[in-house]
Design a protein around this ligand. Structure first.
Ligand code: AMP
Length: 307
């Protein structure tokens, strides 16, 4: 089953307590594509890059059956550039530079060959751009997932509210859930957010896992306790790619299968943080993913005698 993934393809500069890298390929769409392509195909990418974006990276994506017909390459312009510095806890970071470059004029077009895709992953972008993509779809997808951030809650709230009425799954982190709902309790906040439109809400809590809310149900997926977290950049996007990749592979959007999908998402995120940039997502094999999924099963598997 095909996925349409919309998101930035970029250069990042990253500083963590363990190292620094001045220029590495990144972007939310790039991470989603690498993660999802391990699970399903094709991933139909929609993005925009400058002529500086490496040809080898595009070739690498193509090799993984990522369709790039919807990726515009703008001659004479530069790709989106983002720079961030992580704090010691590796959970919080400061954005140092955001150079929109080609992203400033991004007017996404859904190619005819992409129509009919069942799963849509709207990566973190301006809500009006996310809406534009939904409005171009001629066949109603099975599931639309939207990722967003606090910045859009502050600067484009009306558009974001409109987008929330058009999607099925919202993906945000805990502080964003608190901001969006005005509730400190994530359980109370989730109820309010689900009233805004999405049928499912996923709240990511970094190294503390992720919560899935649907009607009156809640499910928790842990993050794998890792000895070393090298670079958390893209972990949220790798999670999203794993999540939607699993749903697309199984073509099942029941709550039970969404539970499995957030475990697969957590597994892909756990690989992502092991090296700088998307490197680790490129290296891993199906066997590595299976072994990691088994580690997740063992992490939360226990017997209990009821009292
Ligand atoms: P994450 O760590 O999952 O939040 O995603 C990090 C990726 O998002 C980086 O590779 C950045 O290039 C990309 N990114 C950061 N800010 C933005 C933005 N405002 N719009 C689109 N992509 C962004």
């Amino acid at each position: 089953m095909a996925i349409i993934s919309v998101g930035s393809m970029a250069f990042d500069a990253i500083e963590t307590p363990f190292g620094k890298i001045d220029k590495i390929v990144g972007g939310s769409g790039t991470y989603v594509a690498y993660a999802a392509s391990h699970l399903t195909s094709p991933v139909k990418q929609i993005s925009i890059v400058g002529e500086d974006f490496p040809e080898e990276e595009l070739d690498e994506l193509k090799k993984r059956n990522v369709d790039l017909e919807g990726v515009e390459v703008i001659k004479g312009k530069k790709s989106f550039f983002w720079s961030g510095k992580y704090h010691l806890d590796m959970n919080t970071r400061d954005t140092l530079i955001t150079d929109l470059n080609v992203l400033a004029d991004f007017d996404p077009k859904v190619p005819d060959s992409y129509q009919g895709a069942e799963f849509i992953m709207l990566g973190n972008l301006m809500p009006s751009i996310q809406i534009k993509v939904i409005e171009q779809l001629t066949v109603k997808p099975k599931l639309i997932v939207l990722d967003t951030m606090n910045f859009w809650m502050e600067s484009a709230f009306e558009d974001l509210k409109k987008a929330l009425g058009m999607i099925d799954v919202l993906l945000i982190n805990d502080s964003e859930a608190r901001q969006l709902s005005g509730e400190y309790s994530l359980v109370k906040g989730a109820k309010k957010i689900l009233e805004l439109g999405p049928r499912f809400l996923i709240i990511k809590k970094g190294e503390h896992g992720a919560l899935l809310f649907h009607e009156n149900h809640v499910f928790f997926a842990p993050a794998l306790p890792l000895e070393e977290v090298f670079d958390p950049t893209g972990a949220g996007d790798a999670f999203a790619g794993g999540f939607i990749g699993h749903l697309s592979r199984t073509s099942d959007i029941s709550f039970e299968n969404l539970k499995t999908a957030i475990i697969v998402g957590s597994a892909m995120a756990s690989f992502c943080v092991e090296k700088f940039g998307p490197q680790r997502l490129k290296e891993i094999s199906k066997k590595d993913i299976d072994i990691r999924l088994e580690e997740f099963v063992q992490l939360v598997n226990f017997d209990i005698d009821l009292v």
